[in-house]
Design a protein around this ligand. Structure first.
Ligand code: UDX
Length: 453
């Protein structure tokens, strides 16, 4: 660890798992560079501070009415409106306290989606940098939202779904970060605020690396006059497991189960912390996995299946008939799972953390994106980086079985994809080495933060 720098950073994540993880990883990285860390968190979905005795935590009452962000758009808008005053009070107190402790606050690092923090930071004359937890390529697609509005893409007409969007090739209309909503203007306003307050910040930190996304990075650097810091993959700086920021307890028994399997034999299936699927899709996935004859480890988070508690819609005796070929858990230690030699493919919803974690372990993906940035990520995985296949059709057992077999095939297309995934994994390692892109970008970020007075 570098010597302490006598400077403190305030970090505020968006309170959902896929955003808390990278923000806390970033906090660990910056702590290792000598900064003291205060995490400002909403009371909603708060991680366990006892896992971070080296950080200070400060909570504010978010006043959210939702217990789970099932309606993401309204959740995000509500969070940005209701958090302003309590967040401002919290930061005002912290600035005073840390000043008195002779550890002045160097800057605020805010999740870019918490766009309300810009006005607060301006008001308190606090430098603000943002962390954008998505891929850079998906952010470029978000930037094009005036085009979506002009072409009336929400609601999306079924007949144009397959059309390529020339300005964002290789994205098709169905790959755009659109959502199903009755209130498209509300969504566009959210994007407008997000982009405006990102541009209004002093810099953007990305959990990605230059070698992976240099065309998108170049495009953004032309549009933004602020510095960009692609310093990822974050989790690869850290030796500890991801369990500390997990809101659900991770079932370690699946690692012992994986230990009993041969290399590259298991299909790992997980759709992240927010996604929801129908009962029919759930059952079709089950049959497809079973019929593929490949062993599988499947994360079925309570809440994943709309209208079900947990597994009750699976036909009775389904798991027993697999004779140990399948294991279902509620939540897994995902980074350890992906790093396990037994895992040969990851069937993912392509949230950015999952996508990057898979890339870092060289695990080929089956892509089944569900909303917003996931759709862009899936297209990049299958058609730009070419380390996966996208499930394009409806979720149906025959289709599921076919795609698993294609990807798990040790010859033909499966092998080509696996070889490319292996190469990309190497790139993800190299960028962190001394003098390489992410390493240098992190050094630049530290210097930049220290230049704030
Ligand atoms: C959300 C959005 O859905 C996603 O589109 C966006 O890119 C980030 O925020 P989420 O859907 O939860 O995230 O997906 P993802 O980004 O993949 O993050 C999930 C995190 O939970 C990963 O870090 C993963 O390692 C972890 N996880 C997942 C577990 O620890 N155990 C599990 O069983 C599943």
């Amino acid at each position: 660890m570098s010597g302490r720098k006598g400077r403190r950073l305030l970090l505020i994540p968006l309170p959902v798992q896929g955003h808390i993880n990278p923000m806390l990883q970033l906090a660990e990285i910056l702590h290792s560079k000598g900064f003291s860390i205060t995490i400002i968190h909403a009371t909603f979905n708060s991680p366990d501070p006892s896992n971070y005795p080296h950080f200070t935590f400060s909570f504010f009452q978010d006043g959210l009415s939702q217990t789970q962000p099932s309606d993401l758009l309204n959740f995000l808008v509500e969070f940005n409106v209701k958090s302003v005053d309590p967040f401002k009070d919290c930061v005002t107190k912290l600035l005073r306290t840390h000043e008195a402790e002779e550890e002045p606050v160097a800057c605020l690092i805010s999740d870019a989606i918490c766009y309300f923090t810009q006005a607060v930071a301006d008001n308190l004359q606090l430098p603000r940098i943002v962390l954008r937890t998505s891929s850079i390529s998906s952010y470029v697609a978000f930037l094009a939202y005036p085009l979506f509005r002009q072409r009336g893409y929400i609601p999306t007409q079924a007949c144009i779904l397959e059309e390529e969007v020339e300005e964002l090739a290789p994205l098709r209309v169905k790959d755009l970060p659109l959502i199903k909503t009755e209130e498209p203007e509300k969504y566009y306003e959210l994007l407008s605020n997000l982009l405006k307050e990102t541009k209004g910040s002093l810099g953007v930190i990305w959990n990605s690396f230059e070698g992976l996304e240099s065309p998108a990075l170049k495009k953004l650097s032309k549009e933004f006059s602020i510095p960009m810091f692609p310093i990822g993959p974050f989790h690869k700086y850290l030796s500890s497991s991801s369990s500390s920021s997990s809101l659900i307890s991770q079932d370690q028994s699946c690692i012992t189960w994986l230990d009993t399997h041969t290399p590259n034999s298991v299909v790992y299936v997980s759709f992240g912390s927010l996604a929801a699927i129908t009962e029919t899709e759930f059952v079709e996935i089950g049959w497809g996995l079973g019929n593929s004859k490949h062993p599988f480890l499947w994360v079925v988070r309570p809440g994943l299946i709309k209208g079900s508690e947990w597994l009750e819609t699976l036909p009775s005796g389904f798991m027993e008939n697999l004779e140990g070929r399948g294991l279902i858990v509620k939540w897994a230690p995902q980074q350890e799972v992906l790093a396990h030699s037994a895992v040969g493919a990851f069937w993912s919803h392509n949230g950015w953390n999952s996508t990057l974690e898979s890339i870092c372990e060289g695990v080929p993906m089956i892509c089944m994106p569900l909303f917003t940035d996931q759709k862009v990520n899936a297209r990049y995985v299958s058609h730009v980086w070419k380390v996966g296949l996208q499930l394009e059709k409806k979720v149906e057992r025959g289709e599921v079985e076919r795609i698993i077999r294609r990807l798990m095939d040790a010859k033909a297309q499966g092998k080509e994809i696996r070889d490319r995934a292996f190469k990309l994994k190497e790139e993800a390692k190299v960028c962190l080495l001394q003098g390489a892109s992410s390493y240098s970008s992190l050094q630049a970020l530290v210097t930049y933060i220290l230049s704030f007075h």
